[in-house]
Design a binder for this molecule. Structure first.
Ligand SMILES: [Zn+2]
Length: 424
């Protein structure tokens, strides 16, 4: 009798445990699988819009839409004049690949069967140029691929038939004697004129660099000279131009004084991180944080503004640990750190403040694709180490404002390149 009761108790306990487990699993399931309607509502869609979207998209696409924040664009795509319902899949594919593309450009490219054309600012300039001619479309793209000139120049050259292969010139009966250095420079100069991101006042430096690096493409030489790679880091230096405000450039060629303290620093609230940040950058971060947190993501400002003295201590410690040469690849010398501007921040997550762990977080996945929408750029990207002078830093973001950030994101250039051509 006693024994039986014991068993019953045990069975009862097991039954209860099973019951709880099943409910637990179901609970977790439902938490992770909110209905599409709920998710769209959370993103900010109204009832009418949701009905409209459901009529427009398959459930697969609806899911994509809740993953990414591309919703408003889908509506504007559907409102484009030449929108075709049966091409919706392709519009979306293009949108998800090039989130900054305008709805007009997306619909136009797909309708023309040009969904393979990689999107950037120049392509958009071409499509929206007042002298754009539809019959020249293929030639614009081909010419752009070959020469990477600015969009408006592409339209002009093609419209004036300047894209055609030059006819081989007839032999000059009285050839100019070779080895005349002046003439040679003129020839080299001609290689650079009209090329994308060419800065006229850098011409002598392009020519010099060209003569020393004949293996490099013209495009690459422009990139390198514009980024000061023909100068010596930490030696050929000048004061950073603080009058550029949020668009100031600080790197191994532009430094800030020991006395420089940004005037508009604010304290970062503990929800968002620690330290101090430029006020405008901070507001932008909060905006980004709010959108991220809707998706369950919580970035954390681990290291924002750093004073000259703090950077000095930091750098000297790194030098002690790894030696000067190694330290220079990952830490700025005092006065040369972008953190002294108050516009840069190293990110972690609220769960793990460590910036080293940031790259493997969901927060990083989202921020690397969306930060530009709030005015931030990934300042030291992978593959651009030789331009920025720093190792890839997935955690380091810099505030430059929405318009500039969008351009840099679309065209995948560094801030060094952007500054030289557009700001300096
Ligand atoms: Zn940093």
């Amino acid at each position: 009798m006693n024994k039986k009761r014991k068993i019953n108790k045990k069975n009862l306990f097991l039954l209860g445990a099973c019951f709880l487990a099943v409910w637990g699993i179901m609970g977790i399931y439902f938490l992770n699988h909110k209905t599409i309607d709920t998710q769209l509502k959370e993103i900010g869609y109204g009832k009418e819009e949701i009905t409209k979207l459901k009529g427009l998209l398959t459930s697969e696409n609806l899911k994509l839409l809740t993953q990414y924040q591309y919703h408003s664009k889908v509506l504007s795509i559907s409102e484009e004049k030449s929108f075709q319902q049966e091409k919706l899949e392709e519009y979306l594919k293009y949108l998800f690949q090039y989130p900054s593309a305008t709805s007009y450009d997306i619909v136009f490219l797909v309708n023309q069967g040009k969904e393979g054309v990689p999107y950037n600012q120049d392509i958009s300039t071409i499509l929206n140029h007042e002298d754009f001619k539809l019959e020249n479309l293929d030639r614009y793209f081909k010419y752009y691929q070959q020469h990477e000139l600015e969009g408006s120049k592409i339209v002009y050259d093609v419209n004036h038939d300047l894209d055609e292969e030059p006819k081989t010139e007839e032999k000059d009966p009285n050839p100019v004697e070779p080895n005349q250095p002046e003439e040679k420079n003129e020839d080299i100069k001609a290689l650079f004129l009209g090329k994308k991101y060419m800065v006229s006042e850098n011409m002598d430096r392009y020519i010099q660099y060209y003569q020393e690096h004949k293996d490099l493409s013209i495009h690459e030489i422009i990139t390198r000279v514009n980024s000061n790679l023909d100068k010596k880091a930490y030696e050929d230096i000048q004061k950073a131009d603080a009058s550029k405000g949020n668009l100031i450039l600080v790197n191994k060629y532009y430094y800030l004084d020991k006395q420089y303290v940004p005037s508009n620093l604010v304290n970062v609230e503990s929800t968002y991180g620690r330290g101090q940040l430029n006020q405008e950058a901070y507001q932008a971060f909060i905006e980004m944080y709010n959108d991220a947190s809707v998706l369950g993501l919580y970035p954390y400002i681990q290291s924002p503004y750093r004073s000259y003295n703090y950077q000095n201590t930091l750098y000297n410690n790194y030098v002690k640990k790894d030696g000067k040469k190694e330290a220079d690849t990952y830490s700025a010398r005092p006065g040369f750190s972008e953190h002294q501007t108050g516009l840069a921040m190293d990110l972690g997550t609220s769960k793990n403040h460590s910036i080293g762990a940031f790259e493997n977080s969901e927060e990083f996945k989202w921020i690397s694709q969306n930060a530009y929408r709030y005015g931030f750029i990934l300042r030291y990207p992978e593959g651009k180490e030789y331009i920025t002078g720093y190792q890839y830093e997935p955690w380091h973001y810099r505030y430059v404002g929405k318009e500039v950030a969008q351009y840099i994101y679309d065209n995948q250039i560094t801030y060094e390149e952007y500054y030289e051509y557009f700001i300096k």
